[in-house]
Design a protein around this ligand. Structure first.
Ligand SMILES: *Cc1c(COP(=O)(O)O)cnc(C)c1O
Length: 456
């Protein structure tokens, strides 16, 4: 069975479940499969199956530890609850132009695909080990909400999510604070997202606290989240009409590079893909990288697509690993260079099947308006970044990463309507529960100690 190694070459290979439980590798690198398996034929051609069945066939290639029945139950639990079937419908807007709707999960954004599965794998881990866990994370919106919905009501798990008070959208806050689940602790702090992130890092950095409190992370570097996202590229491809399968371009609104890296993995495993478009907003570090081979972060600027407001794309290190021909030492040296100089320069960089586009705030509004006028279809501000410079000679599949009803004000600016969704309307009737704390690690740690699951 496949083992998992660090992108920085340190430590010994670990199993699927070990890589899942650890999140980050001990040398600071990210886990990648030691070799990428080939997709079985029925995942490369033929017709789409029910989503959970495809997810099962895909994970069977990576997870050699669960019994078949156990894995099937985990996939059913993760993807059976999505409101619409299929989970990731492909909607045709025009000849050769499709939208892959990834917003039918509980929090109406694609992050549900990774975090529903993560939640069920955590529950499975609690059952196997008999040990409770406390999940701790910081969020600027979508990730925290999806993590909370992945774990709400699950026995043996408590979830502590820090977020900057007043700096996430009211609907995103409601998705975290209105679950009614006793094991969920949304914690607004006075400060920025970076402050929240720093507190989480400080607590994880304290080995004694981490062990004593059975802390687990949910961030986007967990390999399981990336693998879970690779499945919907397969699912999209199998929904394409036969005559559209020859030159497929997946367009991916990108922040942390997790989603588009998942596409690249599926491609490497044999999914016929001609091009992958990395669609950025005004925070265009990846756009600049794919045009120059130089990765140079600058200041994060707030935009109309907040979940893409990122300058350090954590999953980028996984691509570097393959760019460096799977040489962990080379990656480690590039990452040291990054820590010292603040930039990474890839020698003889070859973008391969990647291209990149950039869309500023005016472009987001213009794209929402144009797509609405032309196709009578409403895209959210993140998805709107994908409708930039589309090449009509290809089959283009734009990933719709969130439901437009999550961003009613931006949509209103563009087309004068405020889209709604029943699940968001229902939240407005529930009283929010939140636990405001001062922005310091000691206070947060003490709060976790008091409310932790599995206290001795
Ligand atoms: C997280 C997110 C993105 C960015 O995805 P990455 O995997 O970080 O590249 C895009 N759109 C929405 C709606 C998101 O929540």
């Amino acid at each position: 069975m496949i083992k998992y190694v660090s992108t920085r070459g340190g430590g010994s290979p670990v199993s699927f479940l070990e890589a899942f439980a650890a999140g980050l590798a001990p040398d600071g690198g990210l886990y990648v499969p030691q070799r990428l398996p080939r997709l079985p034929t029925d995942l490369r051609r033929g017709d789409a199956q029910p989503y959970a069945a495809e997810a099962f066939d895909f994970f069977r290639l990576f997870d050699g530890e669960h019994q078949g029945e156990e894995l099937a139950a985990i996939m059913d639990a993760s993807y059976g609850s999505f409101s619409d079937d299929p989970n990731a419908p492909l909607v045709q807007l025009d000849q050769g132009l499709f939208v892959l709707e990834l917003f039918h999960g509980p929090t109406l954004a694609f992050k549900d695909f990774g975090l529903q599965l993560l939640g069920n794998l955590f529950q499975d881990q609690i059952r196997r080990t008999g040990e409770a866990i406390n999940v701790l994370g910081a969020t600027s919106g979508d990730t925290g909400a999806a993590a909370i919905h992945g774990l709400a009501g699950k026995e043996g798990a408590n979830v502590f999510i820090l977020y900057p008070e007043g700096r996430i959208s009211p609907l995103q806050e409601r998705q975290m604070t209105c679950t009614g689940a006793a094991n969920i602790f949304p914690i607004p702090i006075k400060g920025t997202f970076d402050d929240a992130q720093r507190i989480v890092k400080e607590i994880f950095g304290d080995a004694e606290a981490k062990q004593k409190l059975h802390l687990s992370a949910i961030n986007s570097i967990n390999l399981v989240r990336v693998l879970a996202q690779a499945v919907y590229y397969v699912h999209a491809f199998l929904q394409l009409p036969e005559e559209c399968r020859d030159n497929v371009n997946f367009v991916v609104p990108t922040g942390n590079f997790g989603n588009v890296f998942a596409a690249w993995m599926a491609h490497r495993m044999g999914l016929p893909t001609k091009r992958l478009t990395v669609a950025t907003n005004r925070n265009d570090i990846l756009f600049r990288f794919f045009n120059s081979g130089v990765y140079a972060p600058s200041e994060v600027v707030p935009s109309w697509s907040p979940s893409m407001d990122i300058q350090v794309a954590s999953n980028f290190e996984r691509l570097l690993y393959y760019e460096c021909d799977e040489d962990g030492e080379k990656v480690a040296s590039l990452m040291r260079q990054a820590a010292e100089t603040g930039r990474v320069e890839v020698p003889d960089f070859d973008p391969g099947i990647f291209t990149a586009t950039r869309c500023d705030d005016d472009g987001i509004i213009a794209n929402i308006r144009r797509v609405h006028e032309t196709y009578d279809y409403i895209v959210d501000p993140h998805t709107a970044c994908g409708f930039q410079d589309i090449d009509s000679d290809e089959t283009t599949v734009v990933l719709a990463t969130a439901h437009p009803a999550k961003f009613p004000e931006t949509i209103h600016k563009a087309i004068g309507q405020r889209p709604t969704h029943p699940s968001l309307e229902a939240l407005k009737k529930v009283d929010p529960v939140r636990y405001p704390l001062p922005a310091n690690a000691a206070a947060v740690r003490e709060f976790i100690e008091t409310h932790a699951a599995g206290r001795a």
